[in-house]
Structures are given as structure tokens and as C-alpha cells.
Design a protein around this ligand. Sequence first.
Ligand SMILES: [Ca+2]
Ligand SMILES: [Ca+2]
Length: 195
Amino acid sequence: MGNNRSAALSKELIDDLTLNTEYSEQELTDWYSAFLKQCPDSRISRERFEQIYSKFFPNADATRYAQHVFRSFDTNNDGTLDFREYVVALHLTSSGKIHLKLEWAFSLYDIDGNGTINKAEVLEIITAIFRMIPPEEQRSFPEDEDSPEKRTEKLWNFFGKKENDNLTEGEFVEGVKNNIEILRLIQYEKRHSHA
Ligand SMILES: [Ca+2]
Ligand SMILES: [Ca+2]
């Protein structure tokens, strides 16, 4: 183990992250210590990520969705999340800035990363989302969105797209911003009460 990285964050990484996120140097340093305790080799594997993610969805199967989320966070595509990717991911998904969230959502749906979304990609993500939704909750869905296929059809129509059309990032972001129904359909907000 001759090339163990030091436990301190490099100056470059701190500068990079304070510039690109809203976190302070102190927050990042504290966070990094915690991160190293959880991940001594300073990386999160896909399997580990899936395990962590699935704990939030004990009554359903979040594995497939977690794989897509992992891909969207693994920006250098090396099959692991390093500290930078982890912090940027948290920033994207929790900062509350709608534009950042939508850019991230676009990358989630753009499975092959070619810069546009096609209908098959929407269907794949919606199918993964459906697996996270407990069956009893699915039964309460409106009839025209109670299956992945129907929900995809509805979304695609909201975007005004034909079967073989593609959706650009600009169209995606504008569409979601301008139509609350689209925003509702592209995501899954877990219900908190299970009364
Ligand atoms: Ca990576
Ligand atoms: Ca694509």
C-alpha cells in the first residue's frame, strides 16, 4: 500500500469544491473525515451505493433506480464514487436550486449520455421508479398513469414529442419548469406516513 493518499483533502480539491458548491472549507474537511470512516479507500462502490440507497425503500426494490442514480453521479465513469463526485451529487440533489436539480435529472434520464433523451430512456427510468413504489400505492394512481408504459406515454405527450423524437436538455428543463404535472411524473416522492 505504498500509494495511500493522505487523509487530508488537497488544496486543489477544496478550491474546486468551494467554487462549485455552497459548502465551506470547514464543512468539506469535516465531511471528508466522516467519508473516510465510512469508506476507508475513499471510494463508494456501486454495490455499496445500492445497499445504502435500498435502505430508504425497505418495502420495494430500489436497486434498478439506484444503478441509474449511481451512473449519473459517477461523472468520470470509473465505476466508483470518489469524494468529489459524492459532494457534487449531494449539492446537486439537495441545494434546492431547481435548475441544478433539473440538469441532474436530465443526466439521470439520458442513460447513454448522448445529450438527448429518447422515449426508451424515459420508459427505463420510469420502470425503475415504479419498482420503488409499493404496490398498494400504485393501485391509487390515476388510470392513465398506473403503469410505466402509460406514465411514459403521458410524459412524452406533455413534452409534445412523437414516438421517435428526442428531447434536448433545454426542452427537458423548460418543460419541467413550465408544467407541474411533468415535474410530478418524472420523479417519485416517497410517502412519509404508512398509516
Ligand atoms: Ca467516479
Ligand atoms: Ca440519450
